[in-house]
Design a protein around this ligand. Structure first.
Ligand code: PMP
Length: 454
């Protein structure tokens, strides 16, 4: 018999269908959105009481796991004390957080606050353009990013994004955004070593700068590794070379740490795997573990200094109402404290290593082309044919994801649909996952792949 509780749940799902326009997902009356009612540690509970391990940390963001009372208290205390001050003023949580971020970056940056990863990248583009103008190089307005990269959903950040399917219905987008191919080591030409291939990819970037006329290029934006575009991890020579190229041509290097930041890759920031010193670093997601919205554009101090050198230049004319919200900054500070106290950065490396070792046997699976991981972030590339590397059929990819879910595990699917590479399964669980959580992930993934050998 249907209980009152059952009726309430049904009603909630129905109201969702009537009123809520979901992100990305198509309207689907037979498969309504999952309504999440509770979350603790690495686990979420849906409206039917099903518990699922969130192997994607929401949208790659809940680094410290769910249900952290300390974070709720930090927000509560801050809201009671002082709920809001715009960032044309200042307040203690924003000041302390800026100092902390500089300590983590181990360098001298100025911290600009916004609300989302997209915002942080927009700010980076505007600062870069104004910086060049102020230096008498007003022709420098173009940005180069990589195909397959995702940098956000607002017009500028979407223009930098290198995934056509996300863009074509919203064009024309912002002008001045160019793309080059990223290193995709699995699909490199036969006969080329990974290192040679990565150098070649970096050279192509330099060729693009030269063909476009180097005096017109403002900046290059890239993630330390392409995450949402299919977990593409460059050889260290690539990053080193890109940095040299930027320096040589007076181009700013903007590193998007929106996913890679705050421990995900086994270092505090992804670019710390390489000997790199970005001009601008953008961050969001793991900054607050998504408990509240907050993002940062960290800008090297000598760039900031040029904004002080004349009355006319001293303004960066960009304001946003919520950026640097005091409660969000207080939560970020507490979140970073948790990451440090619980050693979640090294924990990410340990968990990731174990995941990689345990799943190595999947390389023999008929549909697994490649497995790549850095820290606690993995991509499993599915193919129809291991020789031709033809990407796996969409149904095959969806079936595996669906069966993982039936078995209590959420994993993701990423890549680029237009290029046919929407065939990469992604695993990105909270860094606070327990050994038992990891056992669970491994058991379910192995079981589901076993079920899908033919
Ligand atoms: N950059 C990267 C690398 C991202 O993965 C994302 C979001 N997935 C963004 C930027 C945009 O962040 P937001 O959704 O907070 O705007």
């Amino acid at each position: 018999m249907e209980t009152v509780e059952d009726k309430k749940k049904k009603l909630l799902v129905e109201k969702d269908r009537q009123n809520v326009w979901h992100h990305v997902s198509p309207y689907n009356k037979d498969n309504p959105a999952m309504v999440v009612t509770e979350a603790k540690g690495s686990w979420i509970t849906d409206h039917n009481g099903n518990r699922l391990l969130d192997g994607m940390s929401g949208l790659w963001c809940v680094n410290v796991g769910y249900g952290r009372e300390e974070l709720a208290l930090a927000a509560y205390e801050q809201m009671k004390q002082m709920a809001y001050a715009p960032m044309i003023q200042s307040h203690a949580p924003a000041i302390e957080l800026a100092e902390k971020i500089n300590e983590l970056l181990d360098d001298d940056y100025m911290i600009f606050y916004s609300n989302s990863g997209s915002d942080a990248n927009e700010v980076a583009f505007k600062i870069a353009r104004q910086y060049h103008q102020q230096n008498g190089e007003s022709l420098r307005y173009k940005f180069i990013s990589r195909y397959r990269a995702y940098h956000g959903s607002s017009m500028g950040a979407l223009s930098a994004t290198g995934q056509a399917l996300r863009k074509y219905k919203y064009e024309p987008l912002s002008s001045g955004f160019l793309h080059v191919a990223p290193p995709d080591n699995y699909r490199r030409p036969a006969g080329q070593s990974v290192k040679e291939y990565n150098l070649r990819r970096a050279e192509e970037l330099e060729e693009k700068i030269i063909w476009e006329q180097k005096e017109t290029i403002a900046g290059i934006i890239m993630e330390p590794l392409i995450t949402g575009g299919g977990v593409l991890i460059p050889h260290p020579v690539y990053v080193k070379k890109v940095q040299e190229i930027c320096k040589r041509h007076g181009v700013l290097l903007i590193i998007d740490e929106v996913i890679c930041g705050f421990g995900r890759t086994g270092k505090m920031f992804g670019h710390m795997h390489y000997d790199s010193r970005p001009d601008i670093v953008t961050m969001a997601k793991g900054l607050t573990s998504a408990y509240l919205p907050l993002s940062i554009t960290a800008v090297r101090k000598d760039i900031y200094e040029t904004f002080k050198n004349s009355e006319e230049n001293s303004h960066f004319r960009h304001v946003n109402t919520f950026g640097g919200n005091p409660a969000a900054c207080a939560v970020a500070l507490k979140n970073i404290e948790i990451i440090e106290q619980e050693n979640l950065v090294s924990r990410a490396a340990i968990l990731g290593d174990r995941l990689e070792k345990e799943l190595e046997e999947l390389k023999d699976h008929p549909y697994v082309g490649d497995i790549r991981s850095q820290g606690f972030l993995m991509g499993i590339e599915l193919v129809e044919d291991k020789i031709t590397k033809e990407p796996a059929l969409a149904q095959r990819v969806s079936k595996i994801i669906g069966e993982c879910k039936v078995n209590g595990l959420i994993i993701g699917k990423n890549g680029d649909t237009v290029a046919g590479y929407n065939n990469i399964l992604t695993i990105c669980p909270p860094l606070s996952s327990t050994d038992e959580d990891l056992d669970f992930i491994i058991t379910v993934v192995k079981k589901v792949f076993k079920q899908n050998e033919s």
